[in-house]
Design a protein around this ligand. Structure first.
Ligand SMILES: [Fe+2]
Length: 323
């Protein structure tokens, strides 16, 4: 195996644009049952937008869902091809019956238990229209967060995979296999599964061939996934990967951006989906203690002097108390 194919280790996080902040917090912390681990703001551009982070009990890389509540700005996204279509979490295989009842209790529409690649799953939507799945896969041993209604045995462990909608598959296959080191491991109808390392939860991406689905929007906009981030260990590995991508001709790999909790390089994949390569060596306990993650709005040092002006337009929110 090429050394460059060992740089990406799996999914780091998924970032989506939602509607209002409180609705999003309620969905991820009560319906999905993730732990709110950070409230900060969008670092790019000038619009005052929250950046909310949710994860598992240990705020581990590969479990981190992040959202921009874009109703504040008013820009709507258009779902379509060239986007991450579905974000999938993994749970214990025997907890799917619990999830059918739990989703129904919250009025979340679903079609019951379905099957893909030999695994049972439930497909449902976030109130902003984003598509999610919960997949039973006992290989996932990550520690889930618990709530008053969701115990450890039923909890979501972290991401299982993301499904990317593409109008053509070949160039996207080349990007994931030849550039990033994934291997094609399964195909079922229009779904093609790719794995990195040992594969399984957090180390899987899926292409869905949607030959006739019009292209979705690329901007930040309510109701769309903005990007998927893949994990690289540190700055050094990230730099190696950027040089490797550039050498292959993917010369739009961005400069490194400081996201306070990780460092990021972005590259638009051939299928239209924005990918990010984020480092794993900083973490979320840099500006607040691990036990109190997500309780207070955190700004990066370079925004701190403008705190009042940044915070004033943001929707007031209530977050779950620490457990
Ligand atoms: Fe990101």
């Amino acid at each position: 195996m090429r050394e460059e194919h060992k740089l990406v280790t799996g999914i780091h996080h998924v970032t989506s644009c939602v509607a209002t902040a409180q609705e999003d917090i309620d969905f991820f912390t009560r319906v999905i049952g993730q732990r709110m681990i950070k409230q900060t703001v969008l670092f790019d551009g000038k619009a005052p937008i929250y950046h909310l982070y949710y994860a598992n009990a240990n705020a581990e890389i590969g479990t981190v869902m992040t959202t921009f509540p874009y109703r504040q700005d008013g820009r709507k996204g258009r779902r379509g091809s060239g986007q991450v279509a579905t974000t999938a979490y993994s749970v214990n295989e025997d907890s799917l019956d619990f999830w059918v009842k739990h989703l129904s209790k919250y009025g979340v529409a679903h079609n019951g238990i379905e099957k893909r690649f030999g695994k049972n799953l439930i497909h449902f939507a976030h109130p902003a229209g984003l598509q999610f799945e919960i997949i039973g896969d006992n290989r996932d041993t990550r520690g889930g967060w618990t709530t008053d209604e969701i115990n450890e045995a039923n909890s979501v462990k972290g991401f299982h995979n993301v499904v990317m909608s593409v109008r053509e598959t070949q160039a996207q296959h080349d990007y994931f296999v030849d550039a990033l080191g994934f291997q094609k491991t399964n195909q079922e109808g229009d779904y093609i599964e790719y794995s990195i390392g040992e594969g399984g939860p957090g180390k899987t991406i899926v292409l869905r061939h949607d030959a006739n689905l019009p292209q979705g929007s690329w901007t930040f906009g309510e109701g769309t996934v903005h990007h998927v981030a893949l994990a690289v260990a540190d700055d050094e590995r990230q730099k190696e990967l950027k040089l490797w991508l550039e050498g292959l001709g993917y010369t739009d790999a961005s400069e490194q951006k400081d996201r306070n909790y990780f460092h990021s390089v972005y590259c638009r994949s051939p299928g239209g989906i924005l990918t990010e390569f984020a480092t794993c060596d900083i973490g979320f306990a840099t500006d607040e203690p691990l036990a109190e993650l997500g309780q207070k709005l955190q700004l990066p040092p370079w925004f701190e002097s403008r705190r009042e002006e940044i915070v004033a337009p943001l929707e007031p929110i209530t977050v779950p108390a620490p457990r």
